[in-house]
Each structure stands twice: as structure tokens, then as C-alpha cells.
Design a protein around this ligand. Structure first.
Ligand SMILES: Cc1ncc(COP(=O)(O)O)c(C=O)c1O
Length: 426
């Protein structure tokens, strides 16, 4: 059955505007989780631990980079579509040692408008109608929407707690279930580490298993690593592209917004072999042509600074893991004081909180418990979070009573949020 948009009429001609109705592929995708929950937080003037954006001011080196960039005339002009030369060169210098190979700045990197656009370009460039795309869930919401808009079919494989669910790394794939999801129609697999929303870091062994399975079935891998600089001290980020043999089939996505804690920058990049990146470029050059030049100049300077200061205490990427860990510890301590269990994360911006001890009762015949719980907390306790079930396409039962809170916040927000959590059962 064809899906139809509501009928509207032109005020002047009275003609039915049905022929101006949107393409079928976007119908059903009008709602956006971030729009909805940000509006909810604002409406109730709640402390926003929902959306993942740090609300602290930019560090001095970033402000300096802006003042210097503004005086460069060409930073105000159009630039090379696939990426501003100074930025792609800096990214190649940063990532080549981390990937254990020389990354060609001109052909193996594409910069984009946020990591979002790289993800969109990668999924769009490779998903044909009827293709199956394996999504490990819970998953970042945009993945499934883009797959569906392309006419592809998301195939969901859950991370399930094995052992103590309070440890993010205990949320694992069932190997047989994962392998069973592959068939001749499988085109792509999405993996995300550090993981949003669980805070899990995939181990080297897990990456090896996923890469080998994709190799066996000749499947492409998109690895969303936007939280790569937010890995807590003492823990390691494993890149699937570095598993022997995986580079040729992997696109790795990064984000300046997440790497420098300024999510409003909306600058991202995709890294991979020329044969794959050139296909993303086809989408990118038609959709946006290039990411904003001055922003790329600013971020190039920041990346160059990180390379120069690598390992030094003043390097931002030395400091960021501890900043994130401290924020997380504050929310964990507040939850502990309130008698709420959490899933302890090892990286990223988020922590899952088990709300069962709140003893809230809702009629769940129409709407999931966690959705009603978030609405209740936002309205009655002025604390905004995100329901975990919204990160699931199929296995929603796993989300049960978890909500996601963001700890990548300023001291003030963490303090106010922590105070609310401590008082929550009162
Ligand atoms: C897992 C994941 N991927 C991608 C993005 C988008 O990143 P950007 O803000 O650079 O577009 C986000 C943003 O929250 C995210 O959490």
C-alpha cells in the first residue's frame, strides 16, 4: 500500500498540492529523536543530560586558532571538495601512525559536514534497494533511517549482557547469532566503538571476529569511531581497520566536534582506501560539495597542535580522557547515592542508568517504560535523559528500564544534575 502525505491545497489557485508530496522514501522518517527530546528538555526547563553535547567553553588554543584563521584570505573561499589540503594533511599525519600505514591525504581521506554526513555518504554510496545492512544494536539512530531511505533492509543483531550487566564491556555479541545474520544479500556492517550509548570498547578479539566474518561474507564495514579521543585512561581503542586484511573493506568515520568537545562545529571525516572513499566523494560533492573552509583551517591547526604535543600533559587528547572519566565518576557517584545501578562505561559521552529502583509504574501496553520514565523525569524532576529503547530497531526488550545520561558536561551542569539524581527517590 502506498503511504500518503496529508492533502494540502494552494491558497491562491485552490489546486491540490498532492503532486508536490514528498518522495515515498522519506515518509515515515519525519520524527527525529534529538529534535523531540531537546524540545522536551527546553519545555520543562530541565537539566539536559539527554543530548550528547558538552556545554563547556572552548579551550584557549581553539580560540587562538579561530583568531589566526580569520586573517587567512583563502580560509574564506571555496576549497577542495574532498577536503581542505592543510586539514587532510594534518589528519594523515595524525592517523597514519595510529593505523600503522601511510594514509594518502588526497585520496584516502574525505572531510564532511559532521560525522553525520560521512555516515550518510558511506551508507548511501553502497546501499542499493534490497541490500541488507547489519546494525549492532543499540545503535546511533541515523544508521537505520539512512539504510531505509536507500531502500535497504536493516538487520539487527543485539549486544547482550553476558555476566554482570553493570560492566559495559560485558555487553557482547552472540557469535552464532551474529554469523547467522549474514547471507548473500548482506552488503554492509556498521560498528561503533567507543559505543554510544553503552560506553563499551570493543576488544581486539571482538574486532578480529567481526572483521573475519565480514571478510568471509565479502561485506563492507563502516566503523563509527567519533568517540575515539574519549577513551578513559588505562583503556585502549581498537580500530577494526587495523585488523590484518580489514583496511580494504573498511571506512572509518571521525568527528572534530567530538574530538575537540565542540559539537556545534559539525566537521567530520571518513578514512579508507581510495576505491571506497571516492564513492563517498560522489555523494558528498553532489550534496554539499565541501565542508566550510574556515572551520577546516581551524581544525587543521588544532590537529597539528595535537601532533606536536603528542603525549604531553597539555595536549587536549591527553586531557580529554580524564575530563570524560571525571564527568562519568560524578554521575556514577550520584546514582550510587540514589541506589541506582549503572552500566559502567569505559569511553564515550554516555552512561546507562537502571531506573527500576525508582519503582515507577506505567501502563506499557502502548509506550515503552523507558520512554514514559524519561518524560516523567523531565517533567517532574527536571532531569532530561534519553530512553534506551530508541536505540533499538528490534530487540527493545533488552533496553527494559535503562535511560541514557550524558556526562560530557560542565561542572555546573554535572553538579545540578548530580543533585537531582541524589534527590530522585525522595
Ligand atoms: C555514534 C555517533 N556517530 C556520529 C555522530 C555524529 O557526529 P557529528 O556531530 O560529528 O556529526 C554522533 C553524535 O552524537 C554519534 O553519537
Amino acid at each position: 500500500m502506498l503511504k500518503t502525505a496529508a492533502k494540502q491545497f494552494c491558497l491562491y489557485s485552490g489546486r491540490c498540492l498532492a503532486s508536490l508530496s514528498p518522495a515515498q522514501r522519506i515518509i515515515g522518517h519525519e520524527k527525529n529523536l534529538w529534535v523531540e527530546y531537546s524540545a522536551l528538555a527546553i519545555r520543562h526547563q530541565a537539566v539536559n543530560l539527554g543530548q550528547g553535547f558538552p556545554d563547556f567553553p572552548p579551550p584557549q588554543f581553539l580560540k587562538d586558532a579561530w583568531s589566526e584563521a580569520v586573517d587567512i584570505p583563502s580560509a574564506h573561499w571555496y576549497t577542495r571538495g574532498q577536503g581542505y589540503p592543510r586539514l587532510v594533511t594534518a589528519l594523515s599525519d595524525l592517523y597514519s601512525p595510529e593505523f600503522g600505514r601511510t594514509i594518502n591525504p588526497m585520496s584516502e581521506i574525505m572531510t564532511s559536514v559532521g560525522a553525520y554526513e560521512s555516515l550518510y555518504a558511506a551508507l548511501t554510496a553502497f546501499t542499493d534497494p534490497g541490500d541488507e545492512v547489519i546494525l549492532i544494536e543499540p545503535h546511533f539512530d541515523s544508521y537505520s533511517v539512512v539504510v531505509e531511505v536507500c531502500g535497504g533492509k536493516p538487520v539487527y543483531v543485539p549486544l547482550k549482557p553476558e555476566g554482570d550487566p553493570r560492566n559495559a564491556n560485558n555487553w557482547v555479541l552472540d557469535k552464532a547469532e551474529f554469523e547467522g545474520a549474514f547471507n548473500s544479500k548482506t552488503k554492509l556492517l556498521m560498528v561503533n566503538t567507543p559505543h554510544n550509548p553503552i560506553g563499551k570498547l570493543f576488544s581486539a578479539e571482538e574486532m578480529e571476529f567481526i572483521a573475519r566474518t565480514c571478510e568471509k561474507h565479502n561485506v563492507l564495514i563502516i566503523s563509527d569511531e567519533v568517540y575515539e579521543r574519549c577513551v578513559f585512561p588505562g583503556h585502549v581503542h581498537h580500530r577494526i581497520a587495523t585488523v590484518p586484511g580489514a583496511w580494504d573493506r573498511t571506512i572509518t568515520v571521525g568527528s572534530a566536534g567530538k574530538s575537540f568537545s565542540m559539537t556545534g562545529y559539525k566537521l567530520g571525516w571518513a578514512i579508507g582506501p581510495q576505491e571506497l572513499i571516492s564513492k563517498l566523494q560522489t555523494v558528498h560533492q553532489t550534496a554539499v560539495y565541501s565542508a566550510p573552509t574556515i572551520l577546516q583551517e581551524v581544525i587543521a591547526r588544532c590537529v597539528e597542535r595535537e601532533i606536536q604535543m603528542k603525549g604531553h600533559g597539555d595536549a587536549y587528547h591527553t586531557q580529554l580522557p580524564q575530563i570524560m572519566k571525571d564527568g562519568c565518576s560524578q554521575i556514577m557517584a550520584a546514582c550510587q547515592d540514589a541506589g541506582l545501578d549503572v552500566v559502567e562505561p569505559f569511553g564515550g559521552y554516555f552512561i546507562l542508568v537502571d531506573t527500576s529502583p525508582l519503582g515507577l509504574e506505567f501502563d506499557t501496553s502502548q509506550v515503552e517504560y523507558d520512554i514514559q520514565c524519561v518524560h516523567w523525569l523531565t517533567e517532574h524532576k527536571k532531569l532530561a535523559g534519553i530512553p534506551l529503547s530508541l536505540f533499538f530497531g528490534k530487540n527493545k526488550h533488552i533496553s527494559e528500564k535503562y535511560i541514557r545520561l550524558c556526562f560530557a558536561k560542565s561542572e555546573g551542569t554535572l553538579k545540578t544534575g548530580g543533585d537531582i539524581i541524589r534527590d530522585i527517590t525522595k
